[in-house]
Design a protein around this ligand. Structure first.
Ligand code: C2O
Ligand code: CU
Ligand code: CU
Length: 512
């Protein structure tokens, strides 16, 4: 299908859905019923896939709070640490409470978030390699949840799979040991069935840092930049997802760093920055002017050697990076995300450059980074191959814009094993984005190494070798990765545009 027709069909679908909705409203109050009314197979199967999703029943555009309503230019907040309740060496023990929390964004703007321990982002968990971690989670929400430890190499039954939900009002303890050699920049967020998008946009996500006792960058001062996205109604409450959010991934009017809107960030000397893109759907294309910016680490830890960035750093939802930035001039510049066209659907305005914050730079003597940062696993030849194909299918019977986002023609089914891997096998996976928009790929339980990108018949190698658990794919891009799963059990893989994941762009791998 040509792009133009495709767009027209989408627009027609939205129009059609709104019209049907208006009629259906006479009898029903929710879209689930409406979908059944028009003979959805899904409904007839009775799998109830959409039942729990919180939808914007009124599909008219919501009125949003003007961006001038939030203060900007405050000093970048530091992330609060989750207190370790254990004084035993090598042991980290704590409790996370999930609950609705009213937070005053300004003295007269009180917003209800869902939080871990009353704060968003959730408290920062900081441990060392080989530490034993025991975290009790108390779910004081009115819906089930799990905590997924994104990127960590831990047993599958401790990794917050949707099969292992903590019921509303319930609790459970997660327990795992952090493997040696896995120092890196991770995070945690919910991973229940059908509820992830809402729980994340209401504020549930936090950072998880694993440190090495032999960190080659240790003397360099550190900052954390945790990017999240906030969409507030004109009443200052968290807006529901619109149909466009469901299709393209949610983007709010505010991008926050450590929970603060357009903060002021002081860089007085060479600084190591850990960056998280914890936005639901927003792609960040980071530009840090007037500095030398070295990429030193990615999702799963340090690179083999520092890599001087010569263009903005694209971080798609869930990706992380470690940077060392060295100011070359004194002065104030904007930290920006440069417009990146990810080919969104529907009638959405073209991508703009956006201001994320203000960098207050002090020129300082550049430091020399070590030549070698890390010893990356030398993955040998692959003994097994797998192929994933992402597709988008129009289906007027579907809610949320009538789109189905599929992997190998299927949507997520908790009771279906899509793929099997032999434990410790080195595998090559080919992932083909056979669709019109960018999607990314994330897998649990392992860090992979990208081998090749292929786009428009041109094959390229990545600019640097890196440990990744999330990687972007352009429309029609094909990429190959090498991956090794070293623990048995069930693992998810999915697009981390979290609306797509929640709509079922996810599969299940069994490692045996
Ligand atoms: Cu960050 Cu399956 O998730
Ligand atoms: Cu994950
Ligand atoms: Cu996607």
């Amino acid at each position: 299908m040509k792009r133009r027709n495709f767009l027209m069909n989408i627009t027609a679908a939205i129009g059609g859905l709104v019209a049907t909705k208006a009629i259906a409203k006479i009898d029903h109050n929710n879209m689930h019923n409406m979908v059944c009314d028009i003979n959805s197979d899904e409904c007839q199967k009775g799998d109830g896939t959409h039942q729990h999703m919180n939808m914007n029943n009124n599909q008219m555009p919501q009125k949003l709070l003007p961006t001038s309503a939030l203060p900007q230019g405050m000093d970048l907040p530091t992330l609060t640490n989750l207190k370790n309740d254990s004084n035993q060496k090598g042991f980290f023990e704590a409790t996370l409470y999930l609950k609705p929390t009213k937070i005053a964004l300004t003295p007269n703007l009180i917003t209800e978030f869902w939080t871990y321990n009353g704060m968003t982002p959730g408290p920062k968990i900081e441990v060392f390699e080989e530490d034993h971690v025991k975290i009790t989670v108390k779910n004081e929400l009115t819906q089930p949840t799990t905590v997924h430890w994104h990127g960590l190499l831990i047993p599958s039954d401790q990794d917050g799979n949707p099969q292992n939900e903590i019921p509303a009002g319930g609790s459970r303890t997660y327990e795992f040991t952090i493997p040696k050699g896995s120092a890196g920049t991770y995070w945690y967020h919910p991973h229940g069935h059908n509820t992830v998008a809402e729980q994340v946009y209401r504020g549930l996500a936090g950072t998880f840092i694993v440190r090495s006792k032999h960190d080659p960058l240790t003397p360099i001062p550190e900052q954390n930049w945790f990017f999240s996205d906030l969409k507030l109604t004109d009443k200052g409450q968290i807006a529901d997802n619109s149909m466009v959010d469901w299709m393209n991934g949610r983007e709010g009017q505010f991008v926050l760093i450590n929970g603060s809107y357009r903060p002021k960030i002081k860089i007085g000397s060479a600084t190591r920055i850990r960056v998280w893109n914890a936005c639901s759907g927003r792609y960040l294309n980071l530009s840090i002017p007037n500095c030398d910016v070295y990429l030193v680490g990615t999702d799963g830890g340090l690179l083999a050697k520092p890599y001087l960035l010569t263009k903005p750093l694209l971080l798609t939802p869930a990706e992380r990076a470690e940077l060392v930035i060295m100011p070359k001039q004194t002065g104030t510049v904007y930290l920006q995300s440069i417009g990146y066209d990810r080919n969104k659907m529907g009638n959405v305005p073209p991508e703009q450059d956006i201001i994320l914050g203000e960098l207050v730079l002090t020129k300082s003597d550049p430091i020399t980074l070590p030549n070698t940062l890390n010893q990356l696993p030398n993955m040998g030849p692959a003994v097994a191959h797998k192929l994933l194909e992402y597709t988008e299918v129009m289906d007027m019977k579907q809610p949320h814009g009538g789109m189905l986002f599929l992997i190998n023609g299927k949507r997520h089914d908790m009771s279906r094993i899509d793929l099997k891997s032999k434990i410790h096998d080195i595998e090559e996976w080919t992932i083909f984005n056979n669709s019109h928009m960018d999607h990314n790929f994330h897998i649990h339980g392992a860090q992979f190494i990208v081998q090749t990108h292929e786009l428009n018949g041109k094959k390229t190698q990545p600019d640097y070798i890196a440990l990744k658990d999330t990687i972007n794919l352009r429309p029609h891009e094909k990429l190959t990765i090498k991956i090794q799963q070293n623990l048995p059990g069930l693992r998810m893989y999915h697009c981390h545009i979290i609306e797509h994941e929640t709509l079922g762009m996810m599969g299940q791998l069994m490692v045996e």
